[in-house]
Design a protein around this ligand. Structure first.
Ligand SMILES: [Zn+2]
Length: 232
């Protein structure tokens, strides 16, 4: 029965091959979600090896961040943009899990797992969550948690306020727009913990900043940011 199923799946792949979510070439053999070639050659930031000043600058002078880790370089039209698009708009949480697992492996080689006690994804507002059906940052945290061997929680950080888009606002307006939008549901669970705050992409940093303030105000020891991609 298993053999028949495998043959059937191979036949399906032959006629309707799943494309790689990054480069669109058909996946072959055991490849899933992202092809081997892309897994090896996606443009890495290597921010766990060398600090990227323009990335740290997004938070400088505003809020205390331990480290900012970002997996991939975001450029318009590149494979990273395609991956993020699938993750956010094409009902593909498996893209987040896959990239989270890959990034967790890399961070583990730099022993980042020894510096983080708990992973917390940036939550979506319940209205947005109902629309999309999943929180893309949960998917990333799940993947990271698997290979980093660090716990994660989808409920300790909650989004209480719905916010409009950030892109056409000034820095001050952006900050006012996102201040106080997060709540910590059980402060005793994050007390003295070193938190890895997980998001898909760093743009202005304002949303992350607001979450960092909330975590530190509720007794977290320190906060690092871990994202899949950043433009810098
Ligand atoms: Zn590919």
């Amino acid at each position: 029965m298993v053999a028949i199923k495998r043959v059937w799946n191979d036949l399906l792949d032959l006629f309707y091959p799943n494309p790689c979510c990054a480069c669109d070439t058909p996946l072959v053999g055991n490849e899933e979600v992202i092809c081997t070639q892309c897994r090896l050659s996606l443009p890495r930031s290597n921010s766990h090896l060398i600090e990227i000043p323009s990335l740290a600058d997004k938070f400088a002078g505003k809020v205390l961040v331990k480290s900012v880790y970002t997996f991939l370089k975001f450029e318009k039209g590149n494979r990273v943009q395609r991956l993020l698009h699938h993750l956010k708009y094409n009902n593909r949480p498996d893209v987040g899990q896959t990239l989270g697992r890959l990034y967790g492996q890399e961070l583990r080689t730099a022993r980042v797992n020894d510096q983080i006690d708990l992973l917390l994804p940036i939550p979506l507002h319940s209205r947005k969550l109902a629309q999309r059906g999943y929180n893309q940052s949960d998917a990333i945290a799940e993947g990271l948690s698997e290979t980093l061997a660090v716990d994660w929680s989808a409920t300790l950080l909650k989004r209480s306020k719905f916010t409009s888009t950030q892109t056409r606002k000034t820095r001050m307006e952006r900050f006012e727009n996102v201040s106080g939008i997060f709540d910590v549901t059980e402060p005793e669970q994050i007390k003295e913990k070193r938190i890895g705050l997980v998001d898909d992409v760093v743009t202005t940093g304002s949303t992350l900043e607001s979450a960092i303030i909330e975590l530190l105000n509720n007794g977290a020891k320190e906060v690092s940011v871990i994202t899949l991609a950043a433009a810098y």
